[in-house]
Design a protein around this ligand. Structure first.
Ligand SMILES: [Fe+2]
Length: 366
């Protein structure tokens, strides 16, 4: 199985992994043969890469950080909580939603069980096989990435649950922002941007008096767009004024936004997103936190096609947890681009003279 930019998918190729619809049911099963119209429709739904069957990469399994069942249950819970809040603007007062904390704690329990079984898991793209509403998938991604980082950082399970809840709910204030602004395909006007920024305070006020939600969780919603040097919003907090959890969430929130496909731009690949985050090292983001984050990201996703400095084309077939920049690759072509009869593997963590020079994106810019 390999990961193919949708612009390079062709009719006749077979889907290597199932795709889920908004409500968690299977939209397309594995093995389905792609057609022109199917490829177009998936592209329209915001999918930038597809997993494709390829006998030369047989046996390469995409590890799931979360089990399918956990993902399904988590998304369905996030969806019902968020939809409920959208439907009740202005009706809220302290303790209106005691079930929100209760049901999201159950989600956290499932997520933590999966992650605890999988403590060495790397941060991998998880948004490739769903066409779900961006906000729900984003909330779950940010939660999983934050908890993985929190585990590596050494938080105990109570701290991890609070961090995870803060991550699940960091953007809950967006339920109070008008759909017109939230889903606008083009650039926001100054006024619309001001409204969008208010999702931080709105999230805080939605959460701060809920009985089953720690106050820190409300502060994660309030502070996740604050940046180290005071350039963030809404209050321009600096350094230690920003809670540590909100700093972790700020990093993974930016990362997930960059690596997700949005109406107004294509998804960035992990190595580009990490480079972009690094331009804010010490100014926007805490340098040591960023370093820990970088070490946990599977910078070259499994199944992606890369170009080597030898001129050969290869597919990433295994990730070296200790050295994410140097995965194991399977060489598929020679220097001239001619398919090899017998593909072979190179472990880049051992063969240091071989390097990845380019990642296949289906576009010419990256
Ligand atoms: Fe946000």
């Amino acid at each position: 199985m390999r990961m193919m930019p949708i612009s390079m998918c062709r009719p006749g190729m077979k889907l290597g992994k199932r795709i889920y619809a908004d409500d968690g049911i299977v939209l397309l099963a594995e093995g389905v043969e792609l057609t022109d119209s199917l490829i177009r429709r998936l592209g329209d739904k915001g999918i930038s890469y597809l997993y494709i069957e390829d006998p030369r990469t047989e046996g390469v399994e995409m590890p799931e950080i979360l089990s399918e069942e956990t993902q399904r249950q988590a998304l369905s819970c996030i969806r019902s909580v968020f939809r409920d809040l959208v439907d009740q603007p202005g009706k809220r007062h302290a303790g209106t939603y005691p079930y929100v904390g209760r049901s999201l704690r159950q989600v956290m329990h499932l997520v933590m069980e999966d992650l605890q079984r999988n403590r060495d898991a790397m941060i991998m793209l998880m948004n490739l096989h769903t066409v779900d509403h961006y906000l729900y998938m984003h909330s779950l991604n940010v939660c999983v990435y934050s908890v993985l980082l929190g585990m590596a950082y050494g938080y105990n399970s109570e701290e991890l649950t609070t961090l995870g809840l803060g991550a699940l709910l960091h953007d809950v204030g967006k339920t109070q922002i008008s759909m017109q602004v939230l889903l606008k395909p083009g650039q926001l006007t100054d006024r619309e941007y001001e409204e969008m920024k208010r999702h931080t305070e709105r999230g805080f006020f939605l959460l701060k008096d809920e009985p089953n939600i720690p106050l820190i969780v409300a502060h994660c919603a309030y502070q996740h767009h604050e940046r180290l040097n005071g350039s963030g919003y809404p209050r321009g907090l600096k350094g230690d004024e920003i809670h540590e959890y909100a700093k972790w969430i700020g990093i993974v929130d930016s990362y997930d936004a960059m690596t997700s496909h949005r109406v107004y731009r294509d998804a960035m690949l992990p190595h580009r997103a990490v480079e972009t985050l690094y331009t804010g090292s010490g100014t926007l983001y805490d340098t040591s936190m960023l370093k820990l984050f970088r070490d946990k990201v599977a910078i070259y996703p499994l199944g992606i096609t890369v170009k080597l400095n030898t001129g050969q084309t290869a597919v990433v077939v295994d990730i070296n947890a200790a050295s994410a920049h140097r995965p194991v690759v399977r060489v598929l072509t020679d220097e001239a681009g001619v398919d090899l009869k017998t593909p072979y593997d190179i472990d880049l963590s051992k063969q240091l003279s071989v390097m990845i020079t380019k990642v296949e994106t289906g576009r010419s810019d990256r």
